[in-house]
Design a protein around this ligand. Structure first.
Ligand SMILES: [Zn+2]
Length: 547
């Protein structure tokens, strides 16, 4: 960090010097600390829930933006999140900061604050309703701003947490979707063009329209492993309308659209407007635009990774990205742009799918819920009627001390009882993770108990994490409702794309196992941005350059 401050001081000194020399008129533009051939724009793309499995399985149909990135990029084919709690907040923070959740502090989408005894949302602010104040580290956008305060940093996404964590502390603005509009908070300066952009009501073109899937031949569907599953509760299928029987667009209409590929198109439309209105990529102060495409996560939660709905969302995003890249090419030239693609997490294959191909899979059932409740009852029987656990799996240390109980004994007891519930493979306790030593990513085992220990350790923050984290059996889906989810340390949740496209970096496939914490330092390496020394991720740019 000290090198950054020094750099900022140096740049400020130059400003002071030039200001003194210019006695009238507007001050001359600030000199850029970047060499002339530095790319002018970083396009930092994150697709929520985009498992790398999708890019492999659906590759023959990806001829648009995904196809362009796969054909022209350095493609890491074995990139993984290296933390256990694979959820949106933790994933975005890791991608943007190069730090694991144990240091970024973004261990999950929300956690329990022991001091205030309240739930905390990951981008909940103190002064403002939303801000990056819970993010304990800087991001690539911050590093860029530290180096060149004239650089512009913008982020946008369907969710507030994806936009804010991608943009970082110094972003000019982070924008997210709220009831059909793009909004921000007072932490940022609201762009002066935003209101008129929202007033265009771009989404209203879908009012009275249906979501029908793009045509795909039956044999291709079979090749992509797209199957119709009967989940027993209710069966839904194309086409889908948005909202209810209303004569004008309602909140329900805009909410439903968020879970459709058309809201990804809307984000791309916003991205073009940001590029034009904020003049991104037009001067030699490089800019950053982070985009978090969100529709796939909502569709994947509802229908699972082998659904026609997921396939269609990806095919449409492929087209949306192609259109966006063409726009960027015409305006800035793709030779002047560094593009990255990754995802905040993957997705669990649905038990119904697993069973259809003869493999094991289970989802949460009534027995699992009863088992948890029985643990609570057993604690009461053993220790008396106290609130030993707060907000789920946080021990109430004050109550335990007040009763004169041994905290370690209580921890052991809870872990033993939870470990007896079906499909719980291991209960990772605070004591166990506090006693874990970090292993450098390059020396880390890639399977077995030692591997999972590192993943839970990398995601453990002493003040914010619960006292117990459950590792379920692989292919156990911790969700009662139909559909799927994510959040496990297994490959289906950790394995995500990591693609970089930049001038001087030839198309190639790299099979070495790498981590999502490498994304930000690698981009910084390509751009010549100074990254903090103490990152968890590794700058892999040197090995990517053409000879
Ligand atoms: Zn999700």
């Amino acid at each position: 960090m000290s090198t950054h401050r020094n750099h900022r001081v140096a740049v400020n000194a130059i400003v002071v010097a030039t200001t003194v020399l210019t006695s009238c008129g507007s001050p001359p533009p600030m000199p850029t600390p970047f060499p002339e051939d530095t790319p002018r724009l970083m396009l930092f793309l994150v697709v929520d829930q985009l498992s790398q499995d999708y890019l492999v399985r659906m590759r023959p149909l990806l001829s648009g933006g995904f196809g362009y990135l796969l054909d022209n990029g350095a493609v890491f084919t074995d990139a993984h999140h290296n933390h256990a709690n694979t959820v949106t907040g933790a994933g975005h923070a890791t991608l943007a900061s190069g730090c694991y959740p144990r240091r970024s502090g973004i261990i999950s989408n929300q956690w329990y604050n022991r001091a205030t005894r309240a739930q905390v949302y990951c981008v909940q602010g103190e002064q403002y309703r939303r801000s990056p104040s819970n993010l304990l580290v800087s991001t690539i956008g911050d590093w860029l701003k530290d180096m060149d305060p004239e650089s512009k940093v913008f982020a946008a996404g369907g969710k507030d947490r994806s936009a804010i964590l991608t943009g970082g502390h110094q972003a000019d603005a982070a924008l997210w979707y709220n009831g059909g509009d793009w909004v921000t908070t007072g932490y940022y300066t609201e762009p002066d063009w935003l209101e008129s952009f929202n007033d265009r009501k771009w989404l209203d073109q879908f009012f009275g329209e249906l979501w029908e899937p793009l045509p795909v031949a039956d044999d291709m569907l079979a090749e992509m492993d797209i199957v119709t599953l009967d989940e027993g509760i209710y069966q839904r299928s194309f086409p889908y309308a948005f909202g209810s029987k209303s004569l004008r667009p309602t909140g329900g209409f805009y909410n439903d659209l968020l879970s459709s590929p058309f809201s990804d198109e809307y984000l791309a439309e916003l991205a073009k407007t940001i590029i034009v209105e904020e003049s991104l990529g037009v001067d030699d102060h490089p800019d950053f635009l982070g985009l978090a495409f969100h529709a796939l996560d909502y569709v994947g939660h509802s229908f699972g990774p082998h659904s026609r709905e997921v396939l269609d969302t990806i095919l449409r995003l492929d087209q949306t990205l192609a259109d966006l890249l063409e726009f960027v090419d015409q305006r800035i030239g793709l030779d002047n742009v560094v593009i990255s693609l990754s995802a905040d997490h993957g997705v669990v294959p649905m038990p119904a799918y697993r069973k259809s191909v003869g493999d094991w899979g289970e989802r949460t059932d009534m027995d699992d819920i009863a088992c948890f409740q029985a643990v609570g009852r057993a604690l009461t029987e053993r220790y008396g009627n106290g609130d030993w656990l707060r907000a789920g799996l946080y021990l109430d240390n004050e109550a335990i001390e007040a009763e004169g109980l041994d905290p370690l004994e209580v921890e052991r007891e809870v872990a033993t009882l939870l470990g007896r519930c079906d499909y719980v493979e291991h209960v990772w306790t605070r004591s166990e993770l506090m006693a874990t030593t970090p292993v450098p990513a390059t020396d880390q085992p890639t399977e077995g108990a030692a591997y999972f220990r590192q993943l839970f350790f990398n995601g453990f923050h002493p003040q914010r994490s619960p006292d117990f984290q459950l590792q379920y059996a692989p292919y156990y889906l911790d969700r009662m409702a139909a559909g799927s989810t994510h959040g496990t340390p297994y490959d289906y949740d950790t394995w995500v794309p990591f693609i970089v496209v930049a001038a001087g970096i030839g198309p190639r496939q790299i099979s070495e196992r790498v981590h999502t914490a490498d994304v930000a330092p690698t981009l910084a390496g390509i751009m010549g941005i100074e990254a903090p020394a103490e990152l968890d991720g590794v700058d892999r740019s040197a090995s990517l350059r053409n000879r």
